[in-house]
Design a binder for this molecule. Structure first.
Ligand code: MLT
Length: 265
């Protein structure tokens, strides 16, 4: 079921399906709730699944000049309060993982487990900051072209379904307003490094890496999994940056396995 609620004056879309332990799904840059379609279908058989469109994405409105990771963590907290849910398993994809880590920092006692997919606790490198700055500058004039090449770059595996997946992700990207995209990019640029959050995490966490992810280096995922004994790393073959779409059923089974191992299902 898709519903809406108000956060700081902006309309935010979310979905709710199933019963059981709550899992919150947070999509990445240019994505939306529908990124998690296969996960919600599978996991809502045993869990209460919640997903939301982050500000400026999908059907959610933007919230000013900067969408900081902390503000988006507050948004998730506001949604949980509205739904009267206390503790959750949070699954974040890429930028959704940056938001998840900000949530983990601010609301540690609200987490039962954290699942980080194609994401990192590191901050942006100098070259990434430079390319993000250029993106913000060029966006108003070259939106269509830039979004096409960005989405294209997420999918590096030349499978038969690549064209279809690019088309699908591009539809979501084209739904985003320019000001929402720029605000999200600014939020990613100013985000802080959060390895310490993983190092001292009192809950179990799972890191899911794409073997050929062009954005998140495998070395970094490895290092982040080694920060804490209560962690697990899964490296998936045949996926680049968008594992929830590229290896959706494998991702679902790894999530379920991890939750079973931690007695959360
Ligand atoms: C995402 O997929 O959310 C972005 O690629 C993350 C990033 O640009 O750092």
């Amino acid at each position: 079921m898709k519903s809406y609620f108000q956060f700081k004056g902006a309309k935010i879309r979310y979905s709710l399906k199933g019963k059981g332990n709550a899992i919150v799904f947070v999509h990445g840059f240019l994505g939306c709730i529908d990124l998690w379609k296969d996960q919600i279908t599978d996991l809502s058989r045993n869990f209460k699944t919640i997903a939301l469109d982050l500000p400026g994405h999908g059907e959610s409105e933007s919230l000013g000049y900067l969408h900081s990771m902390e503000m988006q963590a507050d948004l998730i907290m506001a949604l949980l309060k509205q739904l009267k849910i206390r503790k959750v398993i949070l699954v974040g994809h890429s930028m959704g993982g940056y938001v998840g880590l900000a949530f983990a920092e601010k609301y540690t006692d609200r987490l039962k487990a954290l699942i980080l997919v194609n994401t990192t606790a590191a901050r942006d490198s100098k070259s990434r900051l430079k390319s993000r700055k250029q993106l913000i500058e060029l966006l108003p004039k070259k939106r269509k072209q830039l979004l096409k090449s960005l989405v294209d770059s997420f999918f590096v595996i030349p499978t038969f379904k690549r064209r279809y997946l690019v088309k699908r992700y591009l539809q979501w990207a084209n739904q985003c307003e320019v000001k929402g995209i720029a605000a999200a990019v600014r939020g990613m640029m100013e985000r802080k490094e959060r390895e310490i959050i993983l190092k001292f995490a009192p809950y179990p966490y799972l890191i899911v890496a794409g073997k050929e992810d062009p954005i998140i280096p495998l070395k970094q995922s490895n290092a982040e999994a080694n920060l804490n004994e209560n962690s697990k790393l899964i490296v998936l073959e045949g996926t680049g940056h968008i594992t929830p779409l590229e290896r959706s059923f494998k991702l679902n089974s790894e999530i379920m396995k991890f939750l079973r191992e931690n007695k959360l299902s």
